[in-house]
Design a protein around this ligand. Structure first.
Ligand code: URP
Ligand code: ZN
Ligand code: ZN
Ligand code: ZN
Length: 485
């Protein structure tokens, strides 16, 4: 069985050109003029882009006393319907450790996922067991480890723990990810605003100002450089954080920054003079910022100082948000977006001229495929690549509404946005899993786990290159790494 996508313009990260695509089985067989196959997919008047990769989701994640309500089934179907064919979800270890948590996540994903998926492993403390388990996690095909500098008393790691884990990442060829907010300052500001009687959702925004994010971003970058490892900063929301990333990159450090579609398009006005439910539904960390910060993020995407647009899809129902009535610190943190990331970025980015179509593809797919070491299996339209393809129709339009979304949440933070640009078809490993105007129902469980290999040793940080060239450089092996606390 072969499929040919005919009549479209291929938009890759590096160029756009007209060609047909022949798919055999799950992969791209050929690209060129006048190809034929058993099934024809019409792409006339449309672009063909590599399937979106959302590197930041929290499906059914236990968090803040509850569990994110978006399931693997609804979340991955939502992703496919919006042109995202791979999601990367965060595994949070409990008392039983990383491997046990991985089994839990695997249990949910293998039964329910209709898109492909991978995981990041979270490091929420430090011990010999963490040190040992990280190698086993890498063997399972996971080459990224996430660190929370916020959520004090819960997920937060201190600098010594982070330094130890970053060194371990360096030794294993893994990439550390960081949620960069100064958790001590956030906790102090939360107490201050609660004590002053600011108990509503606006207190969430007040207690997490851009300074706490800028400070933590800078600290994470310096710790990564001291450990000799690149670093990836998730949900970059403000100029202070972007500035730290820009400065580091300008010095030659391998630092990556990921703004979210929410921060690019929604501002702090979402929290003020709003009814409680409206504002609480938009509570996430970091909070939405003002227009100046948004401009900084857009500029970073155009200039290349920020590389990836994600969603941090972590969706709670209104009922769950109400756990925080009378105390904003108890509102479950998180918003959705996995369904709408591409169409909102196309509308607010490409249609406005802020991004070229090629930059759009880089930010939604190709860059993160390279950062995660799954390129060109994913993120590319090349012979041999997985046939994860979206026939992107710039003339399809809709007004986003919770009333007709695939997500099972009872609201949508983009409610009322009119978007132009939507998938006419989404193909995942050669299978049409979404077709506009038809009642597509991809099979839960059809999604595959995508293994990611460790990075080659050359993928080091600036300090490491200095060490290599220094006259008294010492060779270290993983078992001689300090364990820390
Ligand atoms: O508010 C957020 N971002 N919730 C999800 C967890 C995290 O911090 O990424
Ligand atoms: Zn986070
Ligand atoms: Zn997150
Ligand atoms: Zn030894």
């Amino acid at each position: 069985m072969s499929t040919v996508i005919k009549g479209g313009t291929i938009v890759a990260a590096d160029r756009s050109y007209e060609a047909d695509i022949l798919i055999e089985g799950e992969t791209i067989k050929a690209i060129g003029p006048d190809l034929s196959g058993d099934t024809v997919v019409d792409a006339s008047g449309a672009y063909i882009i590599p399937g979106g990769i959302d590197p930041h989701t929290h499906l059914e994640m236990p968090f803040m006393g509850t569990t994110a309500a978006e399931t693997w089934e609804s979340g991955t179907f939502a992703a496919l319907s919006g042109g995202t064919t791979t999601v990367v979800d965060f595994v949070i270890p409990g008392e039983a450790g990383m491997l046990a948590a991985l089994e839990e996540w695997e249990g949910r994903a293998t039964r329910q996922a209709s898109s492909d998926y991978s995981y990041h492993m979270c490091v929420t403390g430090w011990s010999q067991k963490h040190f040992d388990d990280m190698a086993k996690v890498v063997d399972r095909g996971i080459n990224t480890f996430k660190h929370f500098m916020a959520y004090k008393g819960a997920l937060m790691v201190n600098d010594d723990e982070m330094f130890a884990s970053f060194q371990r990442c360096a030794a294993l060829g893994a990439l550390p990810l960081v949620h960069a907010e100064n958790g001590d300052i956030v906790a102090a500001l939360q107490q201050k605003y609660m004590a002053e009687g600011t108990t509503g959702p606006e207190g969430h925004a007040f207690s997490r100002p851009p300074e706490v994010e800028g400070e933590a971003t800078n600290r994470a970058i310096m710790i990564a450089d001291a450990a000799g490892v690149p670093v990836y900063i998730v949900h970059v929301s403000c100029e202070q954080s972007h500035e730290a990333i820009r400065r580091a990159r300008q010095k030659g450090m391998r630092v990556y920054g990921e703004p979210l579609i929410q921060h690019l398009t929604l501002d702090e006005g979402e929290y003020f003079n709003r009814d409680w439910d409206y504002a609480a539904r938009r509570v996430m960390s970091p909070p939405f910022r003002n227009k100046l910060h948004q401009d900084s993020l857009w500029a970073g995407l155009a200039a290349g100082s920020l590389q990836v647009v994600a969603t941090d899809h972590c969706a709670f129902t209104t009922e769950q948000k109400r756990f925080g009535l009378g105390n904003f610190t108890k509102i479950p943190n998180g918003t959705g977006g996995v369904e709408d990331r591409l169409s909102v970025l196309w509308t607010k980015g490409v249609e406005t001229g802020r991004l070229t179509p090629n930059e759009f593809v880089a930010a939604t797919s190709t860059n993160i495929a390279q950062i995660l070491n799954i390129y060109p299996q994913k993120g590319a339209i090349l012979p041999g690549s997985d046939a994860d393809l979206v026939v992107w129709d710039p003339k399809l339009s809709k007004t986003i509404s919770a009333a007709n979304q695939k997500s099972i949440i009872d609201y949508n933070v983009f409610e009322g946005f009119t978007v132009n640009g939507l998938p006419r078809y989404t193909l995942s490993r050669g299978e049409i899993v979404w077709a506009d105007g038809q009642n597509s129902q991809p099979q839960p469980g059809r999604g595959k786990f995508i293994k990611r290999k460790p990075f080659p040793a050359v993928n080091a940080a600036l300090s490491k290159w200095k060490e290599v060239t220094a006259p008294r450089a010492v060779t270290r092996s993983p078992e001689h790494m300090p364990i820390g606390v």
